[in-house]
Structures are given as C-alpha cells and as structure tokens.
Design a binder for this molecule. Structure first.
Ligand code: ZN
Length: 396
C-alpha cells in the first residue's frame, strides 16, 4: 500500500553551492533525483512533487535573529561576517547565498504543510531531500548549514496547533542547532544518535545534555564510538528512540537522515552501510505509523560520499516513505550508472544495497556492559528515560 509522499523540489535547490572543493557538492542532490527517476519512483501516483519556494523573513525569524538574516543577505552580495560563521572554511559565502539557503527552508516548510494536519485519518509523508541543515544556530552559520530548515518547520508545526513533535536525527554529527533552538521547549523532543563529540564535529551531544530545567528530557543524546557499524548503530537507535517515541506519542515525527554515517564517508568515522541506513528508515517509518498518526516529515542532511552513498540512501528513504521499499539486490539502472560516471568520473554502485546482514540484537536480549555501544546506550537511558516515565534498566 502506497502512502502519499510529498517531495518538495526545485532545480534552484542546486544553487546551494559553497564552491569547488567543498564537500557538500550539489551533484549529490542531482544524482539522487536522477536515481529516483530512473527507479520509476517519481512516476508513482502517490508521489507529489511540489515547488520549493524561497522562505520569507517571517518564516526565517521564527528561529533566527533578524540581524543574522541581514548578515546572510549581505554575505550574498559579497560581505562576509565571520563572527556569524559567514565566510569560513565550512561556510564560504557565495552569490545568492540567502536565496539558496532560504529555499531549503521553503522546501522543508512545504513538507511540514503536507503532513500537518494531514488527511482525514490517513498517513501523510514528506521528504525534503535538500533539507536537514541541523547545525545552523539562531545567529550563526555552522557546519555547512546557513538556515535551520528543520527548526523552522518544527516552529511552523507548533504555531499551527501541533503540541508534540519528536525530532529524530541519525546523521553522523550531533544535531546541535535543532537541539539548541528547542532546548527550553517541552513540546519538542530532539533525539540525536551520532558519533561522539569526543572524536567529531561539533564536539557536543552527551548523555547528560537533556534540556533546560523547564524541559528536562526534551533533549536526548546518544554519542557512539567511532567505528560503530550497522548492528550497533541500529541497536542504539532502537533501544533509545523506540521507547521514547512510544512514551512521548508525537503528533508529527520529523527525522533527519544525514547519510554521513556510511563507512565510505570521507568526513566521519562510523561504519554504517546503505543497508543499515535503509533499515533505519524502515524503523522510523514503523514508528511514524504506529505512534505519530502516520505524520512523518523526513529530510536529508550530511552525506559526502556523493556518488555511491547519497543517491542510494535517499532513494531508499523515499521508497520506504512511499511504502514501496526497494530490495537491496535490485540492480542500479544502467542509464543512471552511465550518467553518474559521466558527471563525476567516480566509481558507481551497481546494486541498490551492499549485501550486509543488518539483523541487530534487540535491547530485549539484554545489556552487555563489555560492549562500548551498549554502555553508550545505557548512559543515555539512565539520564533521559526517567524524564519520560521510562525505566532505564528494563528490557523495554
Ligand atoms: Zn553530518
């Protein structure tokens, strides 16, 4: 059974381009759209391509300071502001920077409008592939992120009557910007599973970081050791997010699917595969259906293995969102392989998966104190679970 999926898209989203040599090259989005097309997913009558307009200042200033928006506009015409992160190695300035960044916000907002309040009882999904700019702060660009589309979308949901949002971030990096923006807000739980800040940017996101005194438990962080692979990663997502999503019962689930968790990613140290990323999308889809009224807004995020990982990971995400998961043994369409080779000269994948067994040991099977991933899971359950009425030590 297909679920209606809204895909906000505009060719102009490819204008979010920090220039030659920057890891976040727009070809990753182009190749993803081309792979979705080649797989026939965009022909599914349940997929609705909608425009991604440039978000206006009213939308941007729900989460950003007006002075920062002015600084991004100035950066667009050549004036850097390094105190606000504009004109750094991570976030170089470029012509049209404001419009390109605000268009990503417009895309994710279009996704939010599609899932909330949603149809009469039926599920409604959206995937904002260009979105996921989780490091952007209220007054500062950071980590390739200028405007925080995720936070703007969540703010829109709250302003339009939604009372509980679960934000689940499975990017390799800590979702620090979204966490910061909703740190004091008990209506939003931000849950980030990431490579530990001890070994990766932005250096934050530890188990004791659980939200302000007025909103204890509204932030949840699972820092995993470098080298964590599919089974440990999926076990951590399930052992922490599973009970929280059941207890919190969000009205909308917002998830960020940065695929820089992949072993081939040049910027990070996790060892996840495309099969693991596909399995995470399936876990999250199940939670959206069972505990969030079928209202699910997913975004892209990081992902710097541009040709082999990003297009496959996010095509699986769209297919899972649609309720038409793609078998990992499926051949990558030859026309796409040719295009990807021609555009990038890189080695291209020939199958949609990587042949990994991603059956992970469920938390139910018990805690192993000798396993560093289990210790990370338990540290987070101990600090965060009591604030959600959950027992850290029980199997559930
Ligand atoms: Zn990332």
């Amino acid at each position: 059974m297909s679920v209606p999926v809204t895909l906000p898209w505009s060719e102009n989203l490819l204008g979010y381009d920090f220039g030659v040599g920057h890891p976040m090259a727009p070809v990753r989005l182009r190749l993803t759209l081309e792979l979705l097309t080649a797989l026939g997913l965009l022909d599914d009558p349940a997929v609705h391509l909608v425009d991604a307009p440039v978000a206006d200042d009213a939308a941007l200033t729900t989460v950003h300071e007006a002075a920062y928006v002015r600084a991004v506009r100035a950066a667009s015409t050549g004036t850097p502001d390094r105190t606000r992160g504009l004109g750094t190695d991570d976030d170089p300035i470029f012509p049209g920077m404001h419009e390109a960044s605000a268009r990503i916000v417009g895309a994710t907002l279009a996704g939010a409008r599609a899932v909330w309040p949603g149809g009469p009882g039926g599920p409604a999904h959206a995937v904002s592939l260009a979105g996921g700019m989780h490091h952007a702060m209220p007054s500062r660009a950071a980590g390739f992120c200028v405007y925080n589309d995720l936070a703007a979308a969540i703010a829109w949901l709250l302003a339009n009557g939604c009372e509980r949002v679960l934000y689940l971030d499975v990017d390799a990096h800590h979702g620090d910007g979204v966490e910061r923006i909703f740190w004091n807000d008990p209506r939003v739980v931000t849950l980030s599973v990431h490579q530990s800040g001890q070994s990766l940017f932005p250096g934050t996101g530890f188990p004791q970081d659980i939200g302000s005194a007025d909103a204890r438990g509204s932030a949840i962080n699972v820092p995993l050791p470098a080298g964590t692979s599919d089974r440990g990663w999926l076990r951590a997502i399930e052992a922490v997010a599973g009970p929280v999503v059941r207890a919190f019962a969000p009205q909308v689930l917002v998830s960020q699917h940065g695929c820089d968790t992949h072993a081939r990613d040049p910027l990070t140290g996790l060892e996840v595969s495309v099969d693991g990323q596909r399995a995470a999308a399936q876990l999250i889809a199940g939670w959206a259906a069972e505990h969030a009224g079928g209202r699910w807004l997913a975004t892209g995020g990081g992902g710097y293995d541009l040709v082999s990982t990003v297009p496959r990971a996010w095509s699986h995400l769209v297919a899972v969102s649609l309720g038409r998961p793609i078998d990992p043994d499926t051949e990558v369409p030859a026309a796409w392989q040719d295009l990807a080779r021609r555009l990038t000269g890189a080695e291209v994948p020939t199958r949609m998966g990587e042949g990994r067994n991603v059956d992970f040991r469920p938390w139910l099977d018990g805690y192993d104190p000798a396993d560093p991933v289990d210790r990370a899971i338990m540290a987070t359950r101990r600090t965060a679970f009591p604030h959600h009425g959950l027992e850290p030590m029980t199997a559930e």
